[in-house]
Write a protein that binds this ligand. Structure first.
Ligand SMILES: Nc1ncnc2c1ncn2[C@@H]1O[C@H](COP(=O)(O)OP(=O)(O)O)[C@@H](O)[C@H]1O
Ligand SMILES: [Mg+2]
Length: 333
């Protein structure tokens, strides 16, 4: 079993679930990823109930978020994705209410949801991420193609789950890709395409205690990796171990861990990474997810399982981290 697997077993061994008190599971919400969050949150809720935790669902998409403080929650598991759930807003509310919660705090959440801010932090820490530019309606499309090459990826800076994202193969397609992304966001980024294998690496813990879980390789069907395939297709294959040599897996884990620490993340996160096959499989960071999916298809539960930790134990351990909360909001340890 991995280091982390042993830590989880030790920390859960003498836990009395009743000591966690009354637990709120935030699920659903108002973002474009509402449906995924309902699947994540219901999985989390069932796991906590199975463990004997006094857990209750709260849906800030249906219920007034301002009422979270009226439910007597002692701690909260955030199973929301995207805006108003993963972006620092609900985290700020919980800080004000002084209710401990899972996941990154305000600053790290807000930075990680912003792909541009994230890349700037990574670049300033010499962590590899694809070259990029910002797009505007009057951008010089040709200059962008001359600078970043083709194909390109165009994406909204703040949306997740591949919404509004396009792969652009020719200069003529770039304005339409911009228009599509602009439906979702006012800040649009364009990135050079990294051609090679796609990996994802979950990180758990905080500061010096943070650890990388096993790396997963995502092998999409030929049609590409879009919103549908990411969550509902049986054609996407997930390989863990990845099939690459251990030195490369270790390199990806080291990069993902540095990426997590540089943003000041807490509890858990998941870095999306592409390997540049033309450049000796050099890994490049795409983004950091600070409230990763917890559905039955999801990647963090898959990596945890490979590390010897089942879904229910993973959920309970994540919740348990709220007992060790660092009192300084946003502190980078
Ligand atoms: N620069 C890039 N090079 C190659 N593939 C990319 C690039 N950017 C995005 N992709 C592909 O698009 C997917 C979604 O992009 P990502 O930045 O992770 O946004 P999100 O998951 O928030 O929609 C990635 O998993 C990858 O398959
Ligand atoms: Mg992603």
């Amino acid at each position: 079993m991995s280091n982390w697997g042993n830590r989880v077993a030790a920390e859960l061994k003498n836990l009395n679930p009743k000591n966690l008190g009354r637990v709120g599971v935030l699920l659903g919400g108002r973002s474009a990823e509402r449906e995924i969050s309902l699947l994540s949150g219901n999985g989390v809720l069932q796991a906590l109930l199975a463990k004997g935790v006094d857990a209750h669902a709260f849906d800030p998409g249906l219920q007034n978020p301002a009422e979270i403080g009226h439910h007597g929650f002692d701690r909260i598991f955030i199973a929301l994705h995207g805006r108003f759930g993963e972006d620092g807003t609900i985290q700020g509310l919980l800080e004000l209410l002084e209710i401990p919660y899972t996941g990154s705090r305000v600053l790290a959440s807000a930075m990680a949801i912003d792909k541009v801010a994230t890349k700037q932090i990574w670049l300033s820490n010499q962590l590899a991420t694809p070259r990029f530019d910002l797009l505007r309606s009057n951008s010089d499309w040709k200059k962008i193609v001359d600078n970043l090459g083709l194909p390109l990826f165009v994406k909204p800076a703040h949306e997740g789950s591949s919404l509004g994202l396009s792969r652009v193969n020719q200069l003529e397609e770039l304005p339409a890709a911009y228009e599509l992304a602009a439906k979702f966001d006012s800040a649009i980024l364009v990135e050079e395409c990294i051609v090679g294998a796609e990996l994802t690496c979950p990180i758990v813990g905080e500061g010096d205690g943070a650890e990388a879980l096993p790396v997963i390789r995502i092998v999409p069907p030929l049609a590409g990796y879009d919103f549908h395939h990411k969550y509902f297709s049986n054609e996407t294959q997930y390989l863990c171990p990845t099939g690459f040599d251990q030195a490369l897996e270790k390199e990806v884990q080291t990069l993902a861990l540095a990426a997590y620490r540089s943003l000041g993340c807490r509890t858990w996160g998941r870095a999306d990474v592409m390997l540049d096959e033309k450049n000796g499989n050099k890994p490049y960071l795409l983004e950091m997810n600070t409230s990763p999916g917890m559905t039955s298809h999801s990647l963090v539960p898959m990596a945890a399982k490979a590390a010897g930790v089942n879904y229910d134990d993973l959920v309970l351990w994540l919740l348990l981290q709220t007992l060790k909360t660092n009192p300084v909001a946003g502190a980078r340890k």
